[in-house]
Design a protein around this ligand. Structure first.
Ligand code: AGP
Length: 371
């Protein structure tokens, strides 16, 4: 097993460090003659043009990837998009028609909750696209089309490289829909793809700079509560950061939409409370960036220890950050592929430092094949 871990202390650490190549593989070979080709998407383009609603169904980390997808798909395609935990979707009599496109995201392709949602959607006449990692698994077999991540097998129970692959695949799906439906011009799609193709190198830069976050994790072994805040795609990133910490380090953690703070959660903040804040690019929408900077200030003023993930050169965060973790500059939407990485490393290192079984956390299975 040690050899299979390639010199890393755990499969999770290995899989985190494989993420640049993983995302490159998800993106590989999708552009030809300037247009996006998703060969697996063999759903009639006229059906894709008639879609009036998208529902993403998934569980856990895959559902967090779906939340990122919502921001991208609505922005590029102008199709109302909702994300629902698969086990909730199935039992609430959801509105699904032949014009609904259901996107089922599942690393394993065997998650029973997600499979039941897929079956329910198809019974209502919806088309289902599966975004999966495992070839030949049940969910893609039972779907109308399947988009594969190509990130290689994921062994650790805590999902990392599949999460990045799922987000990248969702971007491809969103851009493909925008292309088919004519929401974006070909040169806009090409420009977005060009920026997306920079991401693997940028992931590698984040991984090469992991020393700071490793040190932070080693110092925080005794933490018993950690909060995560973000807005826009930083919100699902915050949720994912909290999920990782719960599942492998057994530390109480919560992710919040930063704007929700003043509606309740800020009451939790007391002296010394660690709070990670995911800051959007200062070069994106100015109001979004400045609102998150204000949120850092608000929790800091109440005694929080602020651990800030911000773009290189973003100096506006400096006065309010106890620690700044830098990520390379990219589009606001694509930052979801970068800002989560320090959070994955944080959980992995902290759980390792605590002597826990990082790859096989208690009470959890890699794939949940019961409802
Ligand atoms: C991720 O770290 C979790 N172990 C879990 O939330 C997982 O993402 C979820 O069970 C869904 O699994 P799937 O992608 O195989 O369907």
């Amino acid at each position: 097993a040690a050899a299979q871990k390639g010199g890393y202390p755990s499969f999770m650490a290995k899989e985190i460090h494989e993420q640049a190549g993983a995302v490159a593989d998800t993106l590989l070979g999708r552009l030809s003659d300037g247009s996006l080709q998703l060969d697996e998407m063999d759903i009639d383009p006229s059906v894709l043009r008639s879609v009036d609603k998208i529902v993403v169904v998934a569980c856990g980390t895959a559902a967090n990837a779906g939340e990122v997808a919502k921001y991208a798909i609505e922005h590029w395609c102008r199709i109302p998009t909702e994300v629902e935990l698969a086990h909730e979707f199935r039992y609430r009599d959801p509105v699904v028609t032949e014009k609904t496109l259901v996107v089922a995201i599942s690393q394993s392709g065997e998650t029973m909750d997600t499979l039941m949602a897929v079956r329910h959607a198809r019974e209502q006449g919806a088309k289902v696209v599966a975004i999966c990692n495992t070839r030949g698994s049940t969910i893609p077999r039972e779907s109308d089309a399947a988009l594969y991540l190509h990130v290689g097998p994921e062994i650790a129970v805590a999902s990392t490289k599949a999460y990045l692959g799922q987000i990248a695949a969702c971007y491809l799906l969103g851009l493909f829909l925008a292309q088919v439906r004519g929401n974006l011009y070909p040169d806009e799609i090409a420009a977005l793809m060009a920026d997306l193709e920079q991401i693997p190198d940028q992931i590698q830069q984040v991984l090469d700079n992991s020393g700071q976050i490793e040190q932070l994790a080693a110092d925080m072994q005794d933490a018993n509560s950690v909060l995560f805040l973000g807005r826009h795609v930083g919100y699902p990133t915050a949720m994912e950061g909290a999920l990782k910490l719960k599942e492998i380090a057994y530390i109480h953690a919560e992710g919040f939409a930063a704007g929700e703070l003043k509606h309740g959660p800020i009451a939790l903040v007391e002296e010394g409370q660690p709070v990670f804040v995911i800051v959007p690019s200062p070069h994106g929408r100015h109001s979004l960036h400045s609102k998150v900077v204000s949120n850092i200030q608000e929790v800091r003023a109440r005694g929080a220890r602020t651990l800030v993930i911000a773009e290189e050169g973003d100096d506006a965060v400096l006065p309010y950050a106890d620690e700044v973790i830098r990520v390379p500059a990219t589009r606001t939407l694509f930052a979801a592929l970068l800002t989560v990485i320090p959070l994955q490393i944080f959980s992995c290192e902290l759980a390792t430092a605590k002597g826990l079984d990082v790859d096989q956390p208690r009470n959890l299975a890699k794939s949940v094949t019961v409802e």
